[in-house]
Write a protein that binds this ligand. Structure first.
Ligand code: NDP
Length: 484
């Protein structure tokens, strides 16, 4: 069985404690590798290496940092197929999705921030004839970067790239559930020629390795993507230490469909937003709100289109819907659907474990795409994130109710509006309490835009200038000239 390793100080290292965590292939349920369960000592080794590497990396000319990051992006492109295979195997996501989205986006993240730093500028304020101010933006030191399992390399690189580009050194932790592409990335980091200690990767459980990163006194910056309750635990530790934190947390995203929308586009997009990556994307549209006059017609069309999804072995090229990430996660989804039944839901589609698509997958973690209706706004099913292939569909009478329902949960990450009325689109977008509003589309991403959530979906924004600012410390320099 393969044993994955940490990347610390430019070297592959096994965990000091000798503790390992089994890694499963969700499609088969089989253990196929072991990842280090790194202790606080391993994290300390990584943080010390990152501290040693910081002075030279932070002073390196942006051209040099950019060159290495562009080289890494090229290597990711050159290894698209093995990385996509690894991502699909590790997560249960369709190989076509990993090839089309996850891996290309990881390369794009490095490329975007590698070139952004070549075009940076900084604020300048002229106070009067004698006095001017400018803002120096300096890297903050060692950044602790903690990523989840749903888009492993995509989200890990989303944090690594801006942190490195701005001159920070890093201690990164992928999810213990999906460590494989981060392990492969380490080879590419070495091949690209990054100086030792600039980019360290420590594998391990959140409660040990993740917590050790958050608690480490020499890691002043923490960027975390994951669940809201983990975000709260991190904030409790990092807050009193006055660390700078960015928390990208859960979502319960409303997809608001008005009767004047392009119906086919709305149905097609709603199915994609509901079930891409088996519904395990923080941006998925899990609460579908449909104007009353097209409600029944929409449900029929939505179910028909969902039934046409190609469900299968994630490794098959034609598969559009694969396995859930773990047995534990499938249990959670199952419990959430049972709770919905107790709350009185009509299960219009799905609601059960899926039969294995082939013999190889007979012990895999498959669950049917599930459509629930007839639930009140206040019930747990419509309030709490499920993070799986489960959507609720409900109706609204008018725009006022649509906005109230869209805003009626503690979350505020993303929303979708489908309408052909431009005035309405702008009006509703301005009133919805989410960090991202997609109008007549879903998951269209421009890396320059601010990315993040309101309310319990997070604190801070990443992406574009926001990420460059997050990873740097602004310093006001004020100069005054004096006549003789
Ligand atoms: P978790 O919160 O369970 O874990 C996220 C990461 O944090 C993992 O690496 C985890 O390690 C680690 N971790 C867990 N506990 C701690 C701790 N006490 N201290 C430090 N690190 C810790 O989330 P999931 O991995 O289950 O991911 C799913 C969640 O992520 C969903 O809620 C989803 O909405 C959210 N998400 C948000 C996004 C956004 O941009 N807003 C994007 C994608 C996902 P380990 O896995 O080893 O336990």
């Amino acid at each position: 069985m393969d044993r994955l390793t940490n990347l610390i100080d430019g070297e592959r290292r096994t965990p000091r404690s000798g503790d390992w965590i089994d890694v499963h292939e969700p499609a088969t349920g089989k253990t196929y590798a072991q990842a280090p369960n790194s202790s606080a000592e391993d994290v300390n080794d990584a943080a010390s290496a990152a501290m040693r590497a910081f002075p030279a990396w932070s002073k390196a000319h942006p051209d040099e940092r950019s060159r290495l990051m562009l080289r890494l992006a090229e290597l990711i492109d050159a290894n698209l197929e093995p990385l996509a295979q690894a991502e699909s195997r590790d997560t249960g996501k369709p190989i076509s999705l990993a090839r089309r989205v996850d891996i290309p986006r990881a390369a794009a993240n490095f490329r975007f921030f590698a070139t952004a730093i070549l075009h940076g500028d900084s604020e300048f304020h002229r106070t009067d004839d004698r006095t001017l101010n400018y803002t120096l933006r300096q890297p903050r030191g060692v950044a602790g970067l903690i990523a989840p399992w749903n888009l492993p390399l995509y989200l890990f690189s989303w944090k690594l790239a801006p942190a490195l580009a701005t001159g920070n050194t890093c201690v990164g932790k992928p999810s213990e559930v999906t460590p494989l592409t981060a392990h492969l990335l380490a080879d590419l980091v070495i091949e690209a020629g990054f100086p030792p200690g600039v980019l360290n990767i420590v594998h391990g459980a959140g409660a040990t390795t993740g917590a050790a990163i958050v608690e480490h006194p020499d890691i002043p910056t923490i960027s975390f993507t994951g669940g809201t309750s983990t975000g709260q635990a991190i904030a409790r530790v990092a807050g009193p230490m006055f660390k700078r934190i960015s928390l990208e947390l859960g979502g319960k995203n409303p997809n608001v469909i008005f009767a004047d929308a392009d119906f086919d586009l709305a149905v097609k997009s709603a199915v994609r937003a509901a079930f891409t990556n088996q519904g395990q994307i923080c941006l998925c549209g899990s609460r579908i709100l449909v104007e009353q006059s097209i409600y029944d017609q929409f449900i029929d069309a939505f179910i028909a289109r969902t039934k046409a999804l190609c469900i299968g072995d994630p490794m098959d090229d034609s598969t559009e819907f694969g396995a859930l990430v773990s047995a534990d996660h499938r249990d959670k989804i199952e419990a959430a659907v049972n709770r919905a039944r107790d709350e009185g839901a009509d299960v219009r589609l799905g609601g059960n474990r899926l039969e294995a698509p082939n013999d190889r997958c007979r012990d895999g973690y498959f669950y049917e795409p599930t459509v629930l209706t007839n639930l009140p706004m206040s019930c747990a099913t419509r309030q709490e994130e499920i993070f799986g292939p489960v959507v609720t569909i409900s109706s609204f009478a008018d725009e006022t109710q649509a906005i109230a329902d869209a805003n009626g949960t503690p979350y505020g990450l993303a929303s979708m509006i489908f309408t052909s009325d431009l005035d309405r689109a702008h009006r509703v977008a301005a009133q919805i309490q989410t960090g991202i509003v997609w109008i007549n589309c879903w998951m269209v991403r421009d890396l320059r835009t601010p990315f993040g959530g309101m309310k319990q979906s997070g604190v801070g924004r990443e992406g574009g200038q926001d990420a460059l600012k997050f990873f740097t410390e602004p310093k006001n320099v004020c100069i005054q000239t004096h006549d003789e």
